[in-house]
Design a protein around this ligand. Structure first.
Ligand SMILES: Cc1cc2nc3c(=O)[nH]c(=O)nc-3n(C[C@H](O)[C@H](O)[C@H](O)COP(=O)(O)OP(=O)(O)OC[C@H]3O[C@@H](n4cnc5c(N)ncnc54)[C@H](O)[C@@H]3O)c2cc1C
Length: 347
């Protein structure tokens, strides 16, 4: 069997690249071995403002302009709803915090996403002594539903194999690559933190940032916005909420931990006053980079091998843009932004 591309990994990165290939009538096969969970457990929030410092997310406006139609098209194609628009309400910790919010209106790139009216805390069961500020153009992609549905879609079209891609079995031939019974022009590795086992790209400076989330049932809370306080509280409907997330730089496993749960329960005491029951706990490793920019590009020696990784804490917003950029680089010779090109780490 001969295909234009092999994609290794079907999280948000692999999905976005597969869509690019389908849009351009390229043939491909995906390998997915369920070794990583980041895209399955993600909160799925897209938020154009960094709410710790009230600064804009890098290229937020441009990323949203690509991402929102991307998810809308997927909803039409798959026939399911993945995107839900939400206002994000930032619960201020102090008057100083509130003042910093208003200072951010001097920066046009942030001000664009902020509403200048503050909200009083009229919400049952939620802390908010210093009022709330509203972030516009935000929302949530149900990434678990999306990734599962997309894998099914690929399976129905014989475009995915649920097995480990074994890097040792790559054979470089003159123009092509032979991989087991497949011939291909290119391989794009979208392995998330799994790239640490990839002999061609494991040198890339990817940090593990494990994250854990709880799903809670809080019958006395009824909010229809995403609350950003000490944690994010994300409404799932029927008084269920996702709560998170933790940031752990030491633990490399994707297993939910007692420590993660305790940290979330402790922080939640400062977010809600109402009783709740824990329904579920999930964990995954964010593929993060110190300079907070994605890792895309071509292997310096083996030009048939590329990588699409480093989506960090914001895979929902970034994946569609960087998948497009990588495709245009590979097929049309477009130059990659050096901020995202893996070449920035060449010695
Ligand atoms: C707790 C938590 C909360 C988060 N919240 C948000 C949020 O609210 N908003 C947001 O935008 N982002 C969020 N993120 C980050 C987001 O999840 C990531 O940016 C994104 O999912 C990374 O996608 P990826 O496809 O690069 O990696 P992954 O999702 O890790 O996908 C890689 C895939 O490759 C597969 N794979 C790896 N190696 C192989 C191999 N050799 N053979 C076959 N398959 C292989 C893995 O099984 C996996 O499915 C969160 C992450 C975590 C952990």
């Amino acid at each position: 069997m001969k295909v234009d591309y092999i994609i290794v990994g079907l999280g948000l990165a692999g999905l976005a690249f597969a869509e690019e290939l389908l849009a351009n009538n390229k043939t491909f096969l995906v390998f997915e071995d369920a070794s990583q969970t980041s895209s399955l457990v993600a909160g799925g929030v897209y938020n154009p403002v960094i709410l710790k410092r009230f600064t804009p997310v890098w290229n937020a406006k441009e990323q949203l302009a690509t991402a929102l139609p991307f998810y809308e098209n997927l909803e039409k194609k798959i026939g399911q709803k993945f995107d839900k628009k939400f206002v994000i309400k930032k619960a201020f910790k102090s008057i100083e915090d509130q003042n910093n919010w208003f200072s951010a209106f001097d920066k046009p790139k942030v001000a664009y996403f902020l509403d200048d009216r503050l909200d009083k805390n009229n919400y049952e069961g939620v802390f908010g002594d210093f009022n709330f500020g509203n972030v516009k153009e935000a929302g949530r992609i149900d990434t678990l539903k999306l990734v599962k549905a997309y894998r099914t879609y690929l399976q129905e079209n014989n475009l995915i194999r649920f097995e480990k891609f074994n890097h040792k079995n790559i054979i470089f031939e003159k123009e092509m690559i032979q991989y087991e019974n497949l011939q291909t022009n290119r391989i794009v590795f979208c392995e998330g933190f799994g790239v640490k086992e990839n002999p061609y790209f494991k040198h890339l400076p990817l940090d593990e940032v494990k994250g854990e989330l709880l799903t809670i049932y809080a019958p006395e809370i009824n909010i229809d916005f995403i609350l950003k306080s000490t944690l994010f509280l994300i409404p799932l409907g029927n008084h269920h909420y996702k709560v998170g997330a933790t940031f752990n730089h030491k633990d490399k496993t994707s297993k939910p931990s007692v420590e993660g749960k305790e940290e979330l329960v402790e922080k939640l005491k400062k977010v809600i006053t109402a009783p709740y029951k824990i329904i579920n706990q999930t964990a995954g490793i964010r593929p993060a980079v110190k300079d907070r920019r994605p890792l895309i590009g071509v292997h310096p020696k083996y030009s048939q091998l590329s990588v699409l990784n480093g989506l960090g804490t914001r895979g929902v917003m970034i994946a569609p843009t960087v998948a497009k950029n990588l495709y245009n680089h590979l097929e049309n010779g477009a130059i990659l932004d050096i901020e995202t090109d893996i070449k920035r780490f060449d010695k």
